[in-house]
Design a binder for this molecule. Structure first.
Ligand code: DC
Length: 180
């Protein structure tokens, strides 16, 4: 009997560099599962935003009922309720960015990524998928672009979702997230 190990491809880099676009194209061309790690951080942030009064981050992460469906676009649910639109809103973006500095959050998100990719040929996209989450990935990419180009991509993306913000605000928030 032969055992075939699943293949892991990672695409790391900052926001707005085009990671999602490339990851989706690559996953679709290869017939792999596309895993958007940012959606995990965003799901945690949304759950934290609506958490019960007085609930700590550790309590929230313990048995957090987040669900993920990784098709062409990642669907995220919380206790069975679809929160895919909510997690893309600017306030959740900022919260995800600040919470992502917390070690328990990173550990939780890393464990979810490893669980989701277990036994599946996957393309994972994020800031640290190749460097931290899957250091032994089969193929690793690092994608970057000039800050203006990244801010422009993000600005256009938000505008297309009706969440338009001033270009300068988008750029400043991007710089803040990079620093985080
Ligand atoms: O890629 P994104 O904008 O959807 O990610 C949302 C936030 O989650 C981002 O501001 C930083 C955090 N994040 C992270 O710290 N590590 C990852 N691998 C993915 C996202």
């Amino acid at each position: 009997m032969t055992f075939r190990k699943n293949t892991i491809i990672t695409i790391d880099g900052p926001s707005g560099a085009g990671k999602s676009t490339i990851a989706k194209l690559l996953a679709s061309a290869a017939g792999y599962t596309y895993i958007d790690s940012g959606a995990i951080y965003r799901g945690i942030a949304y759950a934290y935003k609506i958490r019960k009064d007085g609930e700590s981050l550790e309590e929230l992460l313990h048995n957090l009922p987040l669900g993920f469906e990784f098709g062409e676009n990642t669907r995220v649910s919380l206790s069975g309720k679809d929160i895919s639109e909510e997690i893309r809103k600017p306030d959740v973006s900022l919260l995800a960015s600040s919470l992502s500095q917390q070690v328990p959050v990173r550990e939780y998100a890393n464990a979810v990524q490893r669980e989701l990719a277990a036994g599946r040929d996957s393309v994972l996209e994020g800031r640290d998928t190749g460097s931290v989450v899957f250091p032994d990935a089969d193929i690793k990419f690092y994608l970057d672009a000039r800050p203006d180009e990244r801010a422009n991509r993000r600005y256009t993306e938000l505008a297309s979702k009706g969440q338009g913000q001033q270009f300068d605000t988008v750029r400043q928030e991007m710089e803040k997230r990079d620093a985080n």
